[in-house]
Structure formats: C-alpha cells, structure tokens
Ligand binder design. Structure first.
Ligand code: NAP
Length: 316
C-alpha cells in the first residue's frame, strides 16, 4: 500500500515506545506505511480506513473521518470504549497467543506461590521461625478461573496440566475439557464456594466493575486466596482489606489497580497479606503482536473482512 494509504499509529505512549512499535509493525508489514498520527498529512488523515492504536487520544481518532476500525495493541479496551465518541468505529482487541502463554505462565507461577505457602514462609523467615505449613497436593486444591476468554482458557488448561482441580466461570456457558464451568451471575456463588484460589481474568465492563466485593468475599471459601490479573476496578480493595483483616481471606496477589502506578501512600503496599505487582503478569511482546496485526491487516486488504470486533453493548 502506498504512502497515500498510510496506516495511522495513534498512541498516548512516549516517543521511544511509538518508534519501537512502528519499527516492529513495519518489519511485520513491509508493504504497508505506518506513521505516527502527528506526521500524517491532511490527505492521509482523510484516507485512513484503519488505524493501529495503543491507548489512543480520542481527539486524534476524531480527526480520521473515514475510519472504519482500529486494531488495539492492548487486550483491555475499556478506556477506549468509554472515550470513543463515534459508535461506528469497530474496535479489535489484541488476541495474541504469545500474550495468552505469558499470562498462563504468570497464573501458574502465582497459583504455585499461594499453593506452596510462600507468603507464610517469607514471613516465617523474617521472624526467624522454623514452621512447616500443612502440605496439600495440587489435586486437593481447587482453583476457579473467572473469565474463560482468550487468556482464561489457556490459563485454566495450564493449571490443569500443573495438577490442580480447576473450575471456571464466564458470562456464557463454556464446554472445556477436564473442568467444570459455570455461567452467569446466578452461578458465581457456587463457583466461589468451591475455590481455594480464585484467579480473576475478566475484562472491566459495567457488569464486572466492583464485582469482587464484600458480598462475593463472604461467598468464598474461608481462607481462600485471590489473584487479580484482570483490571483493578473489578476488585473493591476496601472490602478486600476488610476480608483479609478479618481472616476471611488468606492472601491476595494484585497486578492491576484502579490507579496505576499504585500511589506510594496506598495502604495495599504495606499489607502483609497482599502481594503488589506492577502490572507485569502479561507484558505485550511487540514481535508477536505485530505479526498478529499483520495477519489481520493482510486479510482486510485482500478481502475487506474485519477481524472479530468488541461488542460495545457488553463492553468486551
Ligand atoms: P476475552 O477473550 O474477551 O475474555 C473475557 C472473558 O470474561 C470471557 O470468558 C467472558 O465470558 C468473561 N466475561 C466477561 N464479562 C463477564 C461477566 N459479566 N460475567 C462473567 N464472565 C464475563 O478477554 P481476554 O483476552 O481473556 O482478556 C481478559 C482481560 O485480561 C482483559 O480485558 C484485560 O483487562 C486483562 N489483561 C490483563 C493483563 C495484565 O498484564 N494484567 C494483560 C492482558 C490482559 P464469555 O466467554 O461468556 O464471553
């Protein structure tokens, strides 16, 4: 495709990140011209039918009048969905198998951290206390994966491979090998009741905002643990602290927060039953993401077919 049909790259990222993305995308799509929004001519802005975006400024997207769809380089699109004024622009999320594999690795790692009582052993060492914890087999531990999408399905499979008894929960009924899955709000208490470890891999939508709150923590097994790798606002952190302080829950591993970076004074940092991670469970790999975007772009150029779009009515 010629320079007149350059693909805009629209991002609030810094200049170095923009340059690195454009280099990776250009390597994956040598026949396309990909340019930062600021460098596009008026004609190029007028021609653009598709843009590649990473946390885009909506006022820049408004200046692309012929835009039909945007390819996000992020898996979570709740902010773009809230900010985008034009309902006719389709949003395509990043569904990169490498991202799913990276996330599944993190889910297994932090599930094992909880399963093998690492928070208790770290505290015991700090106190110079020699205190073995009761041992349980992985098969005796039930892990509930909330969200059985692109990321949740593979994470559940890897947990099963690691020997855990895995159950899942999604909005619609799912049939997955070697695990029972539950669907919809009415089934959530039953899933929560069974789990020793609850892993949240849900998107942030109007239905999932504040989903994991005091009511849900009471529905969880006493001394269960929580891993949140979805989005911060899904968990009510004040209720979580109350549940941890009351010994209702044993520990929480949090990778995502309503405000990121987590402010230095936030109570979560110092809580002995909370592990704070700086949104690192599944960093996007530019190479694999660019290859996936290149496949979507090639299909669109050849056939006009759009990849699977986010459904704005349900928010993911
Ligand atoms: P996805 O493919 O869209 O899957 C979403 C899953 O959540 C689906 O199984 C869906 O159910 C379920 N779901 C949505 N709303 C629900 C509701 N109200 N009740 C019950 N289940 C509901 O998304 P994904 O690619 O797996 O990514 C999930 C999220 O992970 C992203 O939105 C992003 O926020 C987060 N993420 C975090 C990181 C990180 O580094 N921490 C990295 C990447 C992504 P159905 O199957 O019935 O549709």
């Amino acid at each position: 495709m010629g320079i007149d049909n350059a693909i805009p790259f629209v991002s609030r990222g810094n200049a170095a990140d923009t340059a690195a993305w454009i280099a990776a995308l250009s390597r994956a799509m040598p026949n396309e011209t990909i340019m930062p929004f600021a460098q596009l001519s008026a004609a190029q802005r007028g021609n653009a039918r598709v843009a590649i975006v990473a946390n885009p400024d909506p006022t820049e997207l408004d200046q692309l009048p012929a835009l039909k769809w945007v390819q996000s380089l992020w898996a979570g699109i709740e902010r773009m969905l809230a900010e985008l004024k034009n309902p006719h622009i389709g949003i395509v999320r990043l569904e990169d198998p490498q991202l799913a594999a990276t996330m599944a690795e993190a889910v297994v790692a932090w599930t094992l951290y909880l399963h093998r009582d690492m928070p208790a052993y770290a505290a015991a060492q700090r106190a110079h206390v020699w205190q073995p914890q009761p041992f349980r087999l992985a098969s005796e531990r039930c892990v509930a994966v909330l969200g059985l999408g692109h990321l949740g399905k593979l994470a559940a499979k890897r947990l099963i491979d690691a020997g855990f008894n895995v159950i899942g929960w999604a909005r619609t009924a799912q049939t997955l090998p070697d695990m029972q899955s539950y669907a919809g709000d009415v089934a959530l208490p039953e899933a929560l009741k069974r789990a020793d470890i609850v892993v949240c891999l849900l998107p942030l939508t109007p239905d999932t905002r504040n989903l994991l709150n005091a009511t849900r923590f009471k529905q969880m097994k006493p001394q269960a643990a929580l891993i949140n790798f979805g989005r911060g606002a899904i968990v009510n952190t004040a209720d979580l602290i109350t549940a941890l302080n009351a010994n209702q829950l044993s520990h929480a591993v949090l990778d995502v927060f309503e405000t990121e970076p987590l402010p230095a004074g936030n109570l979560l940092w110092a809580h002995e039953k909370i592990t704070v991670l700086p949104h690192i469970s599944a960093p996007t790999q530019k190479g694999s993401a660019a290859a996936l975007v290149a496949r979507n772009m090639a299909r669109y150029r050849a056939t006009g077919a759009l990849p699977k779009l986010v459904d704005p009515r349900i928010g993911y």
